[in-house]
Design a binder for this molecule. Structure first.
Ligand code: IPE
Ligand code: IPE
Ligand code: MG
Length: 240
């Protein structure tokens, strides 16, 4: 029997700063190498038949970093969108964004929206860039919108729980099956709180710029050894 691939992989891409520091370089060099890792992992995920990839690139809390670092990150993002959009389209990637995009610089937001529009008909891989993203903000935004629909009569309280997913940032993207965090930290740092309720977790010491295709394979292999029970018993799961 062929083993089940995770449909949706989420990655907390951490460790760029430490990667640079270990080489005596400024943090921004780590971010530049981090972009290279993004390119290879996006290509490889598409090749391996992964359908959804969510990359945590910039959190709501990351706005509190030094101004220079924030603007260097925005510049790298602009360059990435400009240089990569054609290749992403060629590879069949459909780009999405999750987060409070209104906080992004105008130029960056516009580039993102253009890239999303240009790639919207692709269906090999959905690449969900999580930018200015916070798991709590996502839940709060969803709850506010759902509450407004209750107030206006569009949503009933009976349906609130079953329809709540529809109010998340990209409602058609399913829950995360496999969550990877690089750099040795074992925490969530406000990533995808709602969609990781039953994710399998994979932590690695590797710093993000040093993350290569073979390690994605390792994470997928590890995922395939796990038994996902979703609260049921072993017997129930095997009986299915
Ligand atoms: C991850 O690397 C990238 C972002 C959060 C933007 P870091 O910049 O957090 O790297 P470390 O954790 O300081 O090594
Ligand atoms: C998480 O990394 C956010 C991203 C990878 C974009 P951080 O480096 O911001 O997380 P903490 O501060 O170590 O928890
Ligand atoms: Mg970090």
């Amino acid at each position: 029997m062929r083993k089940k691939l995770p449909k949706h992989i989420g990655i907390i891409m951490d460790g760029n700063g430490r990667w640079a520091k270990r080489r005596g370089l400024p943090r921004v060099f780590g971010h530049k190498e981090g972009v290279k890792a993004v390119k290879r992992i996006v290509s490889y995920a598409a090749e391996r038949g992964i359908k959804y990839l969510s990359l945590f690139a910039f959190s709501t809390e990351n706005w509190n970093r030094p101004k220079d670092e924030v603007s260097a990150l925005m510049k790298l993002l602009n360059e990435y969108l400009q240089k990569e959009i054609n290749e992403l389209i060629e590879k069949g990637v459909s780009l999405r964004v999750s987060g409070r995009v209104d906080m992004l610089p105008d130029e960056t937001r516009q580039k993102l929206l253009d890239a999303i529009e240009l790639s919207k008909n692709n269906n090999k891989l959905v690449l969900n860039l999580c930018l200015s993203y916070g798991g709590r903000s996502e839940i709060i935004d969803a709850a506010k919108n759902a509450a407004m629909d209750v107030a206006s009569g569009k949503l009933t309280l009976e349906d609130f729980e079953s329809k709540f997913d529809n109010y998340l940032y990209n409602p058609d993207i399913p829950d995360i099956d496999l969550l990877i965090r690089t750099s040795g930290e074992q925490r969530i740092s406000n990533f995808m709180l709602y969609r990781i309720a039953y994710s399998e977790l994979y932590f690695t010491q590797t710093l993000w710029p040093g993350f290569y295709e073979d390690e994605l394979d390792l994470a997928i292999d590890e995922y395939q050894t796990r038994q996902r029970r979703f609260g049921k018993t072993d017997e129930q799961v095997k009986g299915n």
